[in-house]
Design a protein around this ligand. Structure first.
Ligand code: NAD
Ligand code: MN
Length: 352
């Protein structure tokens, strides 16, 4: 029996609802497969920890996480604490310190689910640069509170950072329909974005089988809505892909469906897996959060661990529930709770 050490950080808001459900599902899949098991440790880091200790996680938090095979994460964000404190104190601290530079976000209409689009099929993967760009953290504020106050927010694009995410995206495109859309805003942003396009062209010469399309981010939003079937793999900056992937998740039916893998492709550090959504203040504590995004995220986690058969079995169980008109949470037009959907997926796993 192969043991995997899994760090679980439910975090805030509905993270505390969908992650325990996801852990149940991961344990069930492991039991069903019978060849591996999870050794799970949970961490109560997040906004309550901040209220008690003034920090989102302990000073040695990263050292504690380093020895795990993977991290299963919920969300951060609290109505009483500024978002930049919660995000930088936990999620970005982990992603950036562990150099999880490839943020991978599949989006697809699961069987039986009708998205908001009247026509066109959505089945894509967005690759988000996750270590620099607009979220590099460079900048500052001077003359605080005075009329001449100034703030800078500097985007950082390094040749190394852009090239490694490009190679990752091209490699992924080779495993799919061999089509890659490179998204930038290189008409208006003449430095970093032009470097991005140049490096894409350079890397493309190593992947002659991949068809490459260059698209500006504003136009890309319309492509998602009007011609989703033309999109396969997309590579974009930290900010652009953050925005496009929320759009893609909504187009696949709900913000509660999209999964995310924050990967260190070189496996120097544990990678982190999380649903795409945040704390969802408007529904937290009500027991109605859609757990499908955290389940799908579990499948990405299993794939990363090399448990492809288990990942496939989990996706099959999820799709059986969506296809068969099983219980649906309100975001998908139903009246079921998180627990009902979890039960249905657990039954599908047991029957599988
Ligand atoms: P959000 O994703 O939390 O919510 C957006 C909308 O989608 C809400 O109407 C919400 O009810 C709905 N939604 C999201 N997940 C759902 C689910 N599983 N089931 C049903 N409905 C769901 O985004 P927001 O409102 O912009 O952010 C709220 C807080 O979360 C903020 O503090 C923000 O900083 C934080 N946030 C954290 C992460 C993260 O930890 N990775 C990501 C995004 C936002
Ligand atoms: Mn986001």
């Amino acid at each position: 029996m192969k043991p995997y050490r899994l760090a679980v950080i439910p975090g805030d808001g509905i993270g505390q609802e969908v992650i325990p459900a996801g852990v149940e599902v991961l344990r069930a899949i492991a039991a069903k497969q019978g060849t591996f098991a999870f050794e799970i440790e949970s961490f109560d880091w997040g906004s309550d920890h901040y209220r008690r200790h003034g920090v989102m996680m302990p000073a040695d938090g990263l050292d504690q996480l380093r020895r795990f095979d993977a991290i299963y994460f919920g969300s951060v964000g609290d109505p009483e604490i500024p978002d930049h404190i919660t995000l930088w104190g936990l999620r970005l601290a982990i992603c950036q310190s562990f150099d999880q530079y490839a943020n991978v976000r599949p989006a697809r209409l699961l069987p039986g689910i009708e998205g908001p689009l009247r026509k066109g099929k959505l089945d894509c993967v967005i690759v988000r640069e996750n270590s620099e760009g607009e979220y590099a953290g460079q900048g500052g504020r001077s003359h605080r509170g005075l009329p001449e106050e100034v703030a800078t927010e500097v985007s950082i694009f390094t040749r190394r950072g852009v090239e490694r995410i490009m190679r990752f995206a091209f490699d992924l495109a080779m495993t799919r329909r061999r089509h890659l859309t490179v998204v930038t805003k290189s008409n208006a942003q003449r430095h970093g974005m032009v470097l991005w396009d140049e490096i894409a062209r350079e890397v493309a010469t190593d992947f002659p089988d991949v068809e490459v399309r260059f698209e500006l981010v504003d136009a890309m939003t319309t492509t998602f809505v009007l011609k989703p079937e033309s999109i396969d793999v997309v590579v974009a900056t930290n900010l652009h892909a953050d925005i496009l992937s929320d759009l893609a998740s909504a187009l696949s039916g709900s913000m509660g469906i999209g999964p995310t893998a924050n990967l260190d492709p070189e496996r120097r550090f544990p990678s982190m897996f999380e649903p795409i959504h945040g704390s969802a203040f408007d529904i937290m504590g009500k027991g109605i959060a859609n757990p499908l995004g955290s389940f799908w995220t579990g499948a990405l986690l299993l794939d990363h661990l090399g448990e492809a058969a288990a990942a496939k079995a989990l996706m099959t169980a999820i799709e059986e529930v969506t296809a068969s008109g099983g219980p649906r949470t309100p975001d998908l037009g139903g009246q079921a709770g998180t627990a009902d959907v979890t039960e249905a997926v657990l039954s599908a796993i047991a029957a599988g």
